[in-house]
Design a protein around this ligand. Structure first.
Ligand code: MG
Ligand code: MG
Length: 269
């Protein structure tokens, strides 16, 4: 069942997503070679709680951390560990919070200074594909139009592999609501996009093959071929006149620019 949000509820969700966005920016300032994810995760939890939020992922089906941190060939759902970051790493950070009864959900992939050029290109295209999907939110379109736009851009245009097993989702009073928002699919298929829907759109894109596997920790999803993966996510409200992006990556970009150890992933829209 799809829950359609009122304008007031959408404004509350903007606040939740603003806290998520500021947390991702805070994390961007903490990402340093030699630092490790577990330490950053602890600080991110404090940051969220200091502002009245509750980390959404911690305890969700037993997930042990505030952030999902997925390094290199990890696609999503990585558990922050004490493994120190290297200058050749890429890492996707996914953050969810509960604030005022509503969830916010967004993600960003970061590249350290010596990351491979192929991986940098993957991050850029994955980030661009998120906006290709968002641009498909217009009156009369369906979920499949979002899916199709993302898949076409990543697979047809750039030759990457779009992950099939994990998808975007509705978000609201629950972290995961209907409808599912796959990153692959057909134009004109799926539920109609209607005013008041709030969707977490989150392309998960592999440098090589689309196939994935689960790590023994029971959480981390890895590429089967061991090549890199990238993940960007926004929570987006469907309005009468199109998409209204509730999360904000501009805070993250500002923090990345100030952190000399990270590469700026600028996109062409
Ligand atoms: Mg997320
Ligand atoms: Mg999500």
């Amino acid at each position: 069942m799809i829950y359609y949000k009122t304008n007031e509820e959408i404004e509350l969700m903007r606040e939740s997503n603003m806290l998520v966005s500021k947390t991702l920016a805070y994390v961007a300032g903490l990402l340093k070679v030699g630092e490790h994810g577990k330490n950053i995760d602890k600080k991110a939890e404090e940051f969220i709680r200091d502002q009245g939020g509750i980390p959404a992922f911690k305890g969700y089906r037993g997930f042990p951390a505030t952030l999902c941190m997925s390094l290199n060939d990890a696609v999503v759902h990585g558990i922050p560990t004490e493994r120190a970051f290297k200058e050749s790493d890429s890492v996707s950070v996914d953050c969810g919070v509960l604030l005022n009864g509503f969830y916010g959900d967004a993600a960003f992939s970061f590249a350290f200074s010596m990351v491979n050029a192929d991986v940098k290109a993957l991050l850029k295209v994955t980030r661009e594909s998120l906006y290709k999907g968002i641009e498909a939110i217009k009156s009369g379109n369906r979920i499949g139009d979002i899916s199709f736009a993302i898949q076409q851009y990543c697979e047809k245009r750039h030759g990457y592999g779009v992950v099939r097993e994990l998808v975007g989702h509705g978000v609201g009073k629950s972290l995961h609501e209907d409808p599912e928002v796959p990153n692959f699919g057909l134009k004109g298929k799926g539920p109609l996009l209607k005013e008041g829907m709030v969707l977490a759109i989150e392309p998960m894109v592999n440098l090589g093959n689309k196939a994935v596997k689960q790590q023994e920790d029971g959480w981390t999803i890895l590429t089967r071929d061991g090549k890199a993966s990238a993940h960007f996510e926004h929570s987006v409200a469907v309005r009468r006149d199109g998409a209204d992006i509730l999360s904000d990556h501009s805070f993250v970009d500002e923090a990345v620019k100030k952190n000399a150890e990270l590469v700026n992933i600028s996109i062409n829209l």
